[in-house]
Design a protein around this ligand. Structure first.
Ligand code: NDP
Length: 300
C-alpha cells in the first residue's frame, strides 16, 4: 500500500533537544569561565531494573554533554525505606547539589509518595513534589515534570498555535497526563487550549479524539491511537514508550509509541516519532530544570 504523507511535519525531538542542550552548554561554559561552581544533579537508583538503569545512564550521559555535574547513589533492591530517607535528607542539606532525582519505580517496601514528599521542593527537578504541583496548577513558575515540559518546549520550538484549540490528553498520571492537561489549558503562549482529559473509564474515546485539534497520547498501549481516531490535520504527540516483541531486531524487541505512526502520519499536520520525539525532550527538560534549580539556589 502506498502511504502519502500530505504536508505532514515531524516534531523532531532530536533537533529540539539538541537546540536546548546547545543553549545550556553555552550557559554552563559561561558559569565555568566566571569561576562559578557548575550545576549538580544527584540521582538515586534502587534495585536492578533494566529500564531504570537505561534511563539513568542516559540522563547521566546527557548531563555530561552539557557540562552538568552528576552523581549517582545506588541501593540494593531490598534496602529499607529509612536508608533511602537518610540519603535524600543528606542530599537536601548538601549545598553542592541542585537537583535530586529518584528513579521510579521503587521496590514495594518503599513508599513512593513519602519519598516524593521528602525531596526539598527547591531541588525537585522532576517536579513531582505536591508544593510544585500546587504551584503549577496556580500558574506560579516552578519545576514542571520533564515530559510535559519537554512537550511544551517542542510546541514552542515549532511555534505551534495552540490558542483556542481543542486538546485531548489521553492519560491522567501525575507525571504526564495531568500536568500536560494543566499546561495546555493555562493562559500562556503555548496554552489556551480547551482541554479534555481521557482515561481508562472514558466512554466514546474515539468520538472525543475525532474532535481534537491536538492529541497527546500518554496511556502506555502500543499503537492505540489509530488513523480512524484522528481528525484531518490534527497535531499528534506520542508520549508512549512501549517495549514490544520484534523478531526482526537482534535484541528481540523494539520500542513503539502509543500511536499507530503510519496511519496517524497520513492524517495529521504534525506528529512526534517514537523513538526520537518526546523521550529526547524529557531528558532535555530535566537538564533545563536542573540548570534552573541551580540559578534559583544561587540567588540565596
Ligand atoms: P500510567 O500507567 O501512570 O498512566 C496511564 C494513563 O492512561 C492512566 O491515566 C490510565 O487511566 C490511562 N489509560 C490506560 N489505558 C487506557 C485506555 N485504554 N483508554 C484511555 N486511557 C487509558 O502511565 P504514564 O503516564 O506514566 O506513562 C504513559 C506512557 O508514557 C507509557 O508508555 C510510558 O512508558 C510513557 N512515558 C514516556 C515518557 C517519555 O519520556 N517519552 C516519560 C514518562 C512516561 P486510569 O487513570 O483510569 O488508569
Amino acid at each position: 500500500m502506498l502511504i502519502i504523507f500530505v504536508s505532514m511535519e515531524l516534531l523532531d525531538g532530536k533537533i529540539v533537544s539538541q537546540a536546548v542542550k546547545e543553549d545550556l552548554t553555552l550557559k554552563i561554559m559561561e558559569l565555568q569561565k566566571s569561576g562559578n561552581r557548575i550545576p549538580h544533579l544527584a540521582a538515586i537508583l534502587i534495585g536492578e531494573n533494566g529500564a531504570s538503569e537505561t534511563y539513568i545512564a542516559s540522563k547521566i550521559k546527557n548531563c555530561a554533554e552539557v557540562g552538568i555535574k552528576s552523581s549517582i547513589v545506588r541501593f540494593e533492591e531490598n534496602s529499607s525505606e529509612s536508608t533511602v530517607i537518610e540519603a535524600i535528607t543528606k542530599m537536601n542539606n548538601d549545598d553542592d547539589i541542585d537537583g535530586i532525582l529518584v528513579q521510579f519505580p521503587l521496590p514495594q517496601q518503599i513508599d513512593e509518595q513519602k519519598i516524593i514528599n521528602l525531596i526539598n521542593p527547591a531541588k525537585d527537578v522532576d517536579g513531582f513534589h505536591p508544593i510544585n504541583t500546587g504551584k503549577l496548577i496556580q500558574g506560579i513558575p516552578t519545576f514542571i515534570p520533564a515530559t510535559p515540559y519537554g512537550i511544551m518546549l517542542m510546541l514552542e520550538h515549532y511555534n505551534i498555535n495552540t490558542s483556542g484549540k481543542h486538546a485531548v490528553v489521553i492519560g491522567r498520571s501525575n507525571i504526564v497526563g495531568r500536568p500536560m492537561s494543566i499546561l495546555l489549558s493555562q493562559n500562556s503562549p503555548y496554552g489556551n487550549c480547551t482541554v479534555t482529559v481521557c482515561h481508562s473509564r472514558t466512554i466514546n474515546l474515539k468520538e472525543i479524539c475525532l474532535q481534537a485539534d491536538i492529541i497527546v497520547a500518554a496511556l502506555g498501549q502500543p499503537g492505540f491511537l489509530t488513523g480512524d481516531m484522528i481528525k484531518e490535520n490534527a497535531i499528534v504527540i506520542d508520549v508512549g514508550i512501549n517495549k514490544v516483541k520484534d523478531e526482526q531486531k537482534k535484541s528481540g524487541f523494539s520500542i513503539r509509541g502509543d500511536v499507530a505512526f503510519d496511519e496517524a502520519a497520513a492524517k495529521c499536520s504534525y506528529i512526534t516519532p517514537v523513538p526520537g520525539g518526546v523521550g529526547l525532550m524529557t531528558i532535555a527538560a530535566l537538564l533545563k530544570n536542573t540548570y534552573n534549580a541551580y540559578l534559583q539556589r544561587k540567588q540565596f
